[in-house]
Design a protein around this ligand. Structure first.
Ligand SMILES: Cc1ncc(COP(=O)(O)O)c(C=O)c1O
Length: 365
């Protein structure tokens, strides 16, 4: 049994082969088609396809104007990329506490961490369960902060009836190998603001606005780059894989939700297990099924003896020296760090696999 599963649909293989045979493998029509499909099928607003989720987060910070001396508030419960992009901009990451019952950033802690230097908040939807975005937006409005959602785990998540990717100034998605939809590696940045969207399209490709810089008589595009740009665009080969996988995404997402609901029902009253909270207003895309367990090492060993892999997936990132050491006074993060564990949830599992996982846990450890 795998803990993570890379899903490549038959259609992805077909489209990728066609693309290779066409020899047009750089950014072109398929990247545009991938972006259009993300909007039309999933309701993402102005998605700009990129080469990774990390690039998406980095561009969100750049477009927010984050630079040296600025502070960005984020949770430690995330992948290291979320914090590294702040350092890439020579700004200071300020870690806020999380909610013990979701793993998501706690709006009350954000309030306590705000200073004169705060410029942005990064909200990470842990495992795909949406953060309390209304409270985060209220704080951001009050202090004039940019809100960036790290939705690497949250393709298909819905908050109060609206898709994640349509809520905040910026939302960053990842299409890396083990995500809901993969393009090999890839990402997208959604921008609510049209000006941000336009800048994002240029800055992902060296700062050159492809649409308004035609190739001149002399054979090169006529452009005048005015600020630093990046080579962060997605290419057509990745987009071909992504388009093929997107066709199966609704079915796969429904299956993930079905598995999540079954785990919640059948693990609810198991001694030593505390499930995370679930509100109907916050629909998870269930990239992970994280729970809190007592005696975690015994739990991990017991499941390993039955061939069931489990993982913490990510440990708090402020433990890395690059961030200067652990942030004190994050009581919920400390408790979460000691007890969190995720059990397998992906489309490579069948109902019998789930039964085996559930029964093994119900036996105790
Ligand atoms: C929470 C979170 N943010 C950002 C990223 C970075 O995404 P990518 O690997 O596409 O750069 C990841 C990747 O796993 C992640 O889990």
């Amino acid at each position: 049994m795998e803990f993570f599963h890379t899903h490549i649909s038959a259609r992805s293989v077909e489209l990728a082969s066609q693309t290779l045979r066409s020899t047009w493998i750089s950014e072109g029509k398929l990247v545009q088609a991938f972006e259009r499909t993300l909007s039309s099928r999933l309701g993402l607003v102005n998605p700009v396809a990129l080469n990774s989720g990390t690039s998406a987060l980095h561009l969100a910070l750049i477009l927010s104007g984050i630079g040296p001396g600025d502070e960005v508030i984020l949770p430690p419960q995330t992948f290291i990329a979320t914090g590294l992009v702040v350092l890439m901009q020579h700004a200071t990451p300020v870690f806020a506490d999380i909610q013990l019952d979701t793993g998501n950033i706690d709006p009350e802690s954000i309030k306590e961490k705000i200073s004169e230097k705060t410029r942005a908040i990064i909200a990470v939807h842990w495992g795909g369960y949406p953060c309390d975005m209304d409270a985060i937006h209220d704080i951001a409005r009050h202090h004039d902060l940019s809100v960036i959602e790290d939705a690497a785990h949250a393709l298909g998540s819905v908050y109060r009836g609206k898709p994640v990717g349509s809520l905040s100034r910026f939302t960053a998605f990842s299409f890396q190998a083990i995500k809901h939809v993969t393009t090999g590696d890839g990402g997208a940045l959604c921008c609510l603001d049209e000006e941000d969207h336009k800048c994002c399209r240029a800055i992902r490709w060296f700062g050159i606005d492809r649409e308004s810089s035609p190739v001149s008589l002399l054979g090169e595009r006529d452009y005048d780059v005015q600020s630093v740009g990046y080579k962060y665009h997605m290419n057509d080969l990745g987009a071909a894989v992504g388009l093929g996988n997107l066709e199966e995404f609704p079915k796969n997402l429904a299956r993930r939700r079905e598995m999540g609901a079954r785990y919640r029902k059948e693990l609810e009253n198991v001694p030593g297990v505390t499930l995370l909270s679930y509100k109907e207003s916050h629909q998870s895309a269930y990239w992970l099924f994280t729970m809190l367990v007592e005696q975690r090492e015994r739990f991990v060993k017991k499941l390993a003896t039955r061939g069931i892999p489990v993982s913490v997936v990510h440990q708090r990132i402020d433990r890395n020296q690059v961030f200067g050491g652990l942030t004190p006074d994050l009581a919920n993060q400390e408790r979460f760090e000691d007890a969190q564990i995720s059990i397998p949830l992906h489309c490579g599992l069948d109902d019998e696999d789930l039964t085996r996982i559930i029964e093994t846990i119900r036996e105790g450890w």
